[in-house]
Each structure stands twice: as structure tokens, then as C-alpha cells.
Design a protein around this ligand. Structure first.
Ligand code: RB5
Length: 145
């Protein structure tokens, strides 16, 4: 599976941890930056990762900032994106099964590295259930501008 990953300065360190875990597990990871921990604007990186997912260059995206909130708000502005901010395993599972989320957002200042790894693994391994959820996902997507 191809994964696009990006962060701001708040998520920079977590990006490195997740990236090496994903590469080790055999995922094809494209890092959309940043390349340093200097202060940057999260919408810039949300747009890069979202664009890669919408274009089909990556099947899924992962965005990391301090809270995960800015990244999720920004990514969800892009048509075709269903970005979910996740802090717990139930939500990581449910947002794939029910919402067919294509971008995972995590808050590096909210959760620890080990939890972030666990949530990422759950999210990547959980399939969309379809059925009644497909109708609701279609209804969500009709809300796009
Ligand atoms: C950056 O200081 C911080 O605002 C950002 O990482 C994120 O938490 C925004 O939602």
C-alpha cells in the first residue's frame, strides 16, 4: 500500500517514527515534508498529502500536527478527502469501517509515540464495511462544495 505522510513542526518528530515503522512493515511511504523541524504552516502540508490521495498517487494519507485538529480541518476542505482525527483504538477502527476515512490525523502533543503507532496500524489494517455505511459516505461526499 502506498501512503502519503506529512506534518508541521508539531508533528515532525512523530512523522519520523511513523515513517520508519511503516517502511519496516513494507508500506511504500512518500514523505511530503517538512524536512526540518522549523516552524511551518500545517495547511501547506495538508494540501500536499490530500492532493496525493485524491490523485490516487497514494491510497491513504497520514497527517500529523500538534493537536491533529488543524490538519484534519484543512484536509477535509479538499474534495474527495475524509480525514479523521483519532486518539483511541475504537475510533481508529470505526472511522475505517464506517467512514472509509482516507486520511488519518494524529496530534503529536496529545498522544504518545506508541499509541500513535498502534492507532496507525489499526487504521491501516481495517477495511471499510460498505453496506449501509456506503450510502452514508456517499451522502457525506454530496456535501462537498
Ligand atoms: C502549531 O503550533 C500548532 O498550531 C499545530 O501543530 C496544530 O496543533 C494545529 O492545529
Amino acid at each position: 500500500m502506498k501512503i502519503a505522510i506529512g506534518s508541521d513542526h508539531g508533528g515532525f518528530e512523530l512523522k519520523a517514527y511513523l515513517k520508519s515503522m511503516l517502511v519496516e512493515k513494507g508500506y511504500q511511504v512518500t514523505d511530503f515534508g517538512p524536512d526540518t523541524s522549523d516552524s511551518v504552516d500545517y495547511p501547506v502540508y495538508a494540501k500536499k498529502v490530500a492532493a496525493a490521495v485524491v490523485a490516487g498517487e497514494a491510497e491513504r494519507g497520514i497527517l500529523l500536527c500538534g493537536t491533529g485538529i488543524g490538519m484534519s480541518i484543512a484536509a477535509n476542505k479538499i474534495n474527495g478527502i475524509r480525514a479523521s482525527l483519532v486518539h483511541d483504538s475504537f475510533s481508529a477502527h470505526a472511522t475505517r469501517e464506517h467512514n472509509d476515512a482516507n486520511i488519518l490525523c494524529l496530534g503529536a502533543r496529545v498522544i504518545g509515540v506508541e499509541l500513535a503507532k498502534e492507532l496507525t496500524n489499526i487504521w491501516l489494517q481495517t477495511e471499510f464495511q460498505g453496506g449501509r455505511h456506503a450510502k452514508r459516505v456517499a451522502q457525506m461526499m454530496e456535501l462537498e462544495g
